[in-house]
Design a protein around this ligand. Sequence first.
Ligand SMILES: CC(=O)[C@@H](O)[C@H](O)COP(=O)(O)O
Ligand SMILES: NCC(=O)COP(=O)(O)O
Length: 237
Amino acid sequence: MTKLSVNINKIATLRNSRGGNVPDLLKVAVDIQEFGAEGITIHPRPDERHIKYQDAYDLKPIVTTEYNIEGNPIADFMDLVLAIKPTQVTLVPDGNDVLTSNAGWDTITHQSFLKEVITDFKDNGIRTSIFIDTDLKLIEGAAETGADRIELYTEAFASQYEKGNTGAVKPYTEAALLAHDLGLGINAGHDLNLENIQFFKQNIPNLAEVSIGHALISESLYLGLQNVVNMYLHRLQ
Ligand SMILES: CC(=O)[C@@H](O)[C@H](O)COP(=O)(O)O
Ligand SMILES: NCC(=O)COP(=O)(O)O
């Protein structure tokens, strides 16, 4: 079964644009879970452009499904996650100035750092996931770090699929097969949407979770949030 974790960053983007509390991030998170989503994902960035660090604390008591916090493990992020103890932390090698996440980890160059950080989170009962590309050497490196899971960075698949190149899923299938053989759980995310999700799911064995935000929130503007969540759940069956 593949769980749907809805990334609510863009709800916070809309809320912040007027400085008040509309839309109410916490209410949206409650509703998304009531609509059937199996998780809530946030990505508090150092500039707090959308999710603020306080949001991460405020969400903890109301996320009754799986709570996934994504980010670069800088000191402030480490402190935040260790204080909140979400279900899962997803490590993303983002620079402070990126428009959005644009790369996976080099799990070979940064192996000792990742091992240290992952040990810290695991010692605190937090499931760990590493945002990663499909390079098989990097998948092997991820297994060496002691991470529980990988999150396949799906931007390359999504952009090629949109151009009709269905073969772009092949590296992801191969990466998932290797990851499973190495004992890694398999998550995926970034630019997944209603058009590509079913094909992706059908080609990724043992896909445990997808985290989807930008497209899902945008699609909801036309189709309604409850309807879109259920469309994703249906396509993930
Ligand atoms: C790691 C990942 O793919 C998501 O967290 C994505 O980066 C969302 O971040 P933004 O909503 O800031 O684009
Ligand atoms: N980890 C991916 C995520 O949380 C959402 O990415 P996107 O759907 O906003 O591109």
